[in-house]
Design a protein around this ligand. Structure first.
Ligand code: SAH
Length: 351
């Protein structure tokens, strides 16, 4: 397979590559701005490059390695892409429109090894890590859904996979997203959501603590968390909170804890009280996500009353609580669901 150009999109690497190809160094910057700023679809679009050179480049490297297997748009402006990778693996990524915000949700792995019982992404385990190029390709494909002049403003790494299990490929891709001459999205508008892997949280704190960290908690004690998030048996809530506190100490950025609310499993008043006790004193935001049902799984969304009661207990205890607004659920924009609902061999492009 010819090299994936998006794999070496940072300027020094791209310069090395073009010099290796026997081209002058300045071509790297030209190619890069065609891809990033001018949103070129192919080498042939790069109008200020000599035609022969464009042909040469197309033989030497690939710009895109994925195919859009499905493109869905919801009435609220949410757009979702199901991308088919060169080896047949499939991943999802989403563009969300909210006021001025243009947020993208990207995947870090094909499938997921964490096995959270309610989540569609992990139902078949993990196939592999995504490459740097494949992560950047999601960003650029979603950027191209915006009209010229509109820019991406936020990134959440909340698609398929456990981002911190693929941290070595994720971080270079996020470097591109945050670079001035990349997508120019400030670090604090980039959220990495993790199931809670303490050593990787500490590595992130050492390598780059400017990102916003969200930790998926989902339960107030180990007994319940072991049931909902099986990897917890090897880790434990205490170690996760210590690593998260360390990230806060280093970054000074308020943490987010995510809590998927599952009817009758973790949504009772006693759970809210215990959660309040666990998080009390931490400068954290609690992001509560009412469960988005996954076909074939027995879990349910709590009633509005149960949601309100849960919220009230936490707020009365002084916690900062946010309920995540549901967007794009009509198009299965949540969490590995589109992949499951699309037959293996279907490759279609629509509205
Ligand atoms: N592996 C990362 C990213 C997962 S996706 C993590 O565990 O944080 C981001 C969030 O969506 C996680 O908190 C995840 O548990 C949650 N989630 C997954 N499936 C969901 C569903 N069907 N409904 C609501 N939230 C879900």
């Amino acid at each position: 397979m010819t090299p994936h150009l998006l794999q070496t999109l940072d300027l020094p690497s791209l310069q090395n590559l073009v010099v290796e190809w026997g081209l002058p160094k300045f071509r790297a910057q030209q190619i890069r701005s065609w891809i990033v700023e001018n949103r070129a679809e192919s080498f042939d679009d790069m109008a200020n490059l000599p035609k022969a050179l464009r042909g040469q480049l197309a033989e030497k490297a690939q710009l895109w390695t994925t195919q859009i297997a499905k493109h869905t748009t919801a009435a609220d402006g949410t757009e979702k892409l199901l991308l088919q990778l060169h080896d047949g693996g499939r991943i999802e990524c989403v563009l969300l429109r909210d006021g001025d915000r243009r947020t993208i949700c990207i995947s870090s792995q094909v499938g997921c090894a964490m096995g959270c019982v309610f989540c569609a992404s992990g139902l078949d385990g993990v196939d592999r890590n995504l490459t740097v190029g494949e992560i950047i390709e999601q960003m650029l494909r979603l950027q191209r859904l915006l009209p010229v002049g509109e820019r991406l403003s936020h990134i959440v790494v909340m698609g398929m996979g456990e981002p911190l299990a693929n941290i070595d490929r994720l971080l270079p891709a996020l470097d591109f997203a945050s670079a001035e001459d990349g997508l120019g999205i400030s670090h604090r508008r980039i959220t990495i959501s993790t199931v809670g892997l303490p050593p990787a949280i500490r590595r992130l704190a050492d390598r780059d603590s400017r990102y916003h960290l969200a930790v998926s908690l989902h339960a107030p004690d180990d007994e319940l968390r072991n049931q909902i998030v099986p990897t917890n048996k090897k880790v434990g809530i205490q170690a996760i909170l210590e690593a998260a506190d360390h990230y806060f100490d280093v970054s000074g950025r308020r943490l987010t804890f995510e809590y998927v609310l599952l009817a009758e499993l973790n949504d009772r008043p006693e759970h809210a009280h215990r959660l309040a006790k666990l998080l009390r004193g931490r400068p954290a935001l609690l992001n509560i996500i009412p469960y988005n049902p996954v076909a074939g799984l027995p879990y349910r969304t709590p009633s509005k009353e149960a949601q309100h009661e849960f919220r009230a207990i936490l707020e009365n205890a002084g916690l900062t609580v946010k309920f995540r607004q549901r967007k794009g659920d009509k198009i299965n924009a949540a969490c590995g669901q589109l992949r499951r609902n699309t037959p293996e061999n279907l490759v279609q492009i629509s509205g």
